[in-house]
Every structure is written in structure tokens, then in C-alpha cells.
Design a protein around this ligand. Structure first.
Ligand code: THU
Length: 129
């Protein structure tokens, strides 16, 4: 199964009863292995989790520390980039990640994480104390 199909399958399993904005994500490890995630909302709204960080956590739990590609799947009119918190979380593991956002309507947009987060706070930033 290709990564976009896996991302759409994860989107279909999203738990988003409050926003109704379902998101699926797939992040691939250095060997191309896919790790899927979806958004998981909560009655206590700030406790909700984005699809991108759910996928990232699955990849980390499998032992990956570098990633090749992130695919985001939504039903939105326009292909959506990852939120700011997810950009920061992804950036911990490299800024050259290729990010593609796809929609059920057939839109597709690709970015580099470095474009979306041009001035990151990195582990190296912590050394400047
Ligand atoms: N969401 C994601 O999962 N990824 C994003 O990049 C943006 C937003 C989720 C969070 C929330 O469950 C819903 O979409 C609406 O913001």
C-alpha cells in the first residue's frame, strides 16, 4: 500500500468528534518504513493530539531517529500544512523532511520542513546559556 493510501486510512480512523476535522499522517523512517497516526481529540480540548505528532511518536517508538517523508491527508478544500507545534516537534529530528499534504479532492502540495519553520529552536539552541 502506498503512503498516501495509508494516510487516508488513518484519517478515516481519526477521533475528531469536536472539530470534525479528520487528519491522517504517515511518516517514513530512513528505510522508507511507514508509521501512521491520526488526530485524537478530547473532551478537554487542549488534551487533543495532532495526526503528525501521533505518527512521529509511532516512528520514534519503533526506534527511528531520522525521517524521510511526511504525508498528511485531510478532507479539507485546500491542502493544509502541519500546525506550528507539529513543525517544532518534527524539527527535533531534522529540517530537510519532505512534507506532502493531500486531500480527498485530489489536491497535493509539497514543502520542506525548513520552508515551514525557517528559524527553528533546536537542541543546539539550548547550548547558548
Ligand atoms: N490537526 C492535526 O491533526 N494536524 C494539523 O496539522 C492541524 C490540526 C487536528 C487537531 C484537531 O484535532 C483538528 O485537526 C482541528 O484543529
Amino acid at each position: 500500500m502506498d503512503n498516501e493510501t495509508i494516510a487516508f486510512d488513518a484519517m478515516a480512523n481519526a477521533y475528531a468528534p469536536y472539530s470534525r476535522f479528520r487528519v491522517g499522517a504517515v511518516i517514513t523512517g530512513p528505510d522508507g518504513r511507514p508509521f501512521a497516526g491520526c488526530n485524537v481529540e478530547n473532551a478537554s480540548y487542549p488534551a487533543g493530539l495532532c495526526a503528525e505528532r501521533a505518527a512521529l511518536a509511532a516512528g520514534i517508538a519503533a526506534g527511528c531517529r531520522t525521517f524521510r517523508e511526511l504525508v498528511i491527508a485531510t478532507e479539507a478544500e485546500v491542502a493544509t500544512p502541519p500546525c506550528g507545534m507539529c513543525r517544532q516537534a518534527l524539527g527535533e529530528f531534522g529540517h530537510e523532511l519532505h512534507i506532502t499534504s493531500v486531500t480527498t479532492g485530489g489536491q497535493r502540495v509539497t514543502w520542506r520542513l525548513s520552508e515551514l519553520l525557517p528559524m527553528p529552536f533546536t537542541p543546539a539552541s539550548l547550548e547558548h546559556v
